[in-house]
Design a protein around this ligand. Structure first.
Ligand code: ZN
Length: 253
């Protein structure tokens, strides 16, 4: 049951112009894959068949990283997903910064430059490249109001940013792509902090730090910190974890 499911090709997404439809479709694909993957895992329970969750080689940028300050990490706060840790294995990771259309050219350039600064910061630890076309991007960063967050008290609240991912397969390899929405309310240092923080999520830190001195601290702070040694220690830990991403989905029977 369920082992003949066709995965939608990523390029079919391109044909849809409506943002809402795209979002709905992305959600659908993600959910569908998660359910399908669960059944694959169950059928792979035979210990003689290789696990579909395995680590990739550590990228040299992270392999070379040594924390001389021994600051520790918050790896225990990072959650895995149904497909394992959200690590990239094809480098450089392709980042698209969508140029804002609703503000004047000068403001748009300031926004793009700010986001670009944070891409450069993370590029010290993982190979990243800017791509001009969103169709080939692994991570797309947009200046757009995220949907309201409905809290437990049912009161909708504005979000300063939102990062989401979707799964797809290409040549039978399970892949993921991220979309980061940065609220137009974020400017200056807050924009830098939000972009830095959300990029951390998109690079695999799927969790939060409890210390305000880390870029992945769960809340906004008055003086946002740069990427901290604890952020990088955590990232390095994550990239040694098993994942299904970047590996072939073929079943071992
Ligand atoms: Zn966050």
């Amino acid at each position: 049951m369920g082992n003949k499911i066709q995965y939608p090709k990523p390029n079919t997404l391109k044909n849809f112009r409506s943002k809402h439809l795209l979002a709905a479709l992305a959600l659908f694909i993600g959910t569908g894959l998660l359910i399908i993957f669960t059944s694959l895992q169950l059928s792979n329970a035979n210990p003689s068949s290789p696990s579909s969750l395995k680590p990739h080689p550590l990228p040299s940028t992270l392999a070379q990283w040594q924390d001389s300050t021994n600051s520790g990490d918050y790896f225990s706060q990072v959650t895995t997903t149904d497909v394992g840790y959200l690590v990239w294995s094809q480098f450089p990771v392709r980042v698209h910064i969508k140029r804002p259309q609703l503000i004047n050219a000068q403001q748009a350039q300031i926004w793009v430059d700010s986001v670009f600064t944070t891409v450069q910061e993370w590029a010290n630890y993982l190979p990243l490249v800017i791509v001009e076309q969103s169709e080939v991007a692994d991570i797309t960063i947009e200046r757009k109001t995220p949907p309201l967050e409905i809290g437990k008290d049912k009161i909708p609240r504005a979000r300063s940013a939102l990062t989401r991912y979707e799964l797809y397969t290409k040549n039978n390899v399970l892949s993921h792509r991220f979309t980061i929405l940065l609220s137009p309310t974020q400017t200056g240092n807050y924009l830098l902090a939000a972009a830095r923080h959300e990029l951390g999520h998109a690079l695999g830190i799927w969790g939060h730090s409890s210390l305000p001195s880390d870029a992945l601290y769960f809340s906004q702070v008055r003086n946002p910190p740069p990427i901290s040694p604890r952020d990088v220690n955590t990232l390095k830990q994550i990239y040694q974890q098993p994942t299904s991403l970047g590996w072939s989905l073929s079943r071992h029977t």
